[in-house]
Design a protein. Structure first.
Length: 238
């Protein structure tokens, strides 16, 4: 699996005539695994990892730096907190979701700035569990050129991360998008990644669901209502 992904990344860069890869390094397991894969695919000199804090916790930066040091990858820190605050002041009041989704969208435009500057591809870090559940921001962390681990469930990413020698503290920390203090992926979704993986695996392999019907229906509903996120914009044919 590891070698297949590495070779796939290499082909994407070559076919796009890009010179390298840029990715957002969050301090979490997904971006750490993608960083390690990217390094093996194109070499550490052609990978740029950017940490993009936006009123983020210091521990996330520490974890991101730990991963970058381990793999010898050059990094940049672009603090978007002031930009975010300025944008909030210019906009009318809104709910927490609208405010929070600005953060990944600011990160996306920053990554593409560097991608354009160096002729790099923006390397996404989303996994299959998040993508299927729609747990990503459209034109935010979903706005990327390639998704190397986009066909791996979260449990598979953990296995791969250990094979790639990702620090154990990064592998075992609770997944979070860092959208607000105390936010975790599982807490926000109301479902665990293990439950997501079990249900998605059963759906794809046409096996009987082992989890309660209400849980299965909840997740199927998440898949259905987020379908627009996984498709290019619909075009009205005239």
């Amino acid at each position: 699996m590891k070698n297949k992904i590495i070779n796939w990344i290499r082909r994407q860069v070559k076919s796009s005539r890009a010179k390298g890869l840029v990715l957002g390094l969050s301090g979490g397991i997904d971006s750490a695994a993608v960083l390690a894969l990217a390094k093996q695919a194109v070499g550490k000199g052609k990978v740029l990892a950017i940490y993009l804090p936006c009123h983020s916790h210091r521990e996330h930066l520490d974890d991101a730096r730990l991963v970058a040091r381990k793999f010898g990858i050059k990094t940049k820190v672009i603090d978007l907190s002031t930009v975010y605050d300025t944008l909030i002041k210019a906009l009318p009041k809104a709910n927490k979701l609208a405010l929070s989704n600005l953060k990944p969208r600011l990160r996306m435009l920053t990554l593409y700035y560097f991608a354009n500057k160096f002729n790099y591809l923006v390397c996404g870090t989303g996994n299959k569990s998040e993508i299927m559940a729609g747990y990503f921001t459209k034109y935010g962390d979903g706005g990327v050129d390639i998704l190397p681990i986009g066909d791996l469930l979260k449990s598979q990413v953990r296995e791969l991360a250990r094979e790639l020698k990702i620090p154990e503290s990064v592998i075992t920390k609770p997944p979070t998008a860092g959208l607000w203090p105390g936010q975790t992926d599982e807490g926000e979704m109301g479902v665990t990644y293990r439950e997501l993986d079990d249900i998605f695996w059963a759906m794809e392999n046409k096996k009987k669901q082992i989890l309660p019907r209400d849980k299965v229906n909840k997740i199927k509903g998440m898949v259905e209502c987020s379908e627009h996120k996984r498709r290019m914009p619909k075009i009205c044919k005239v």
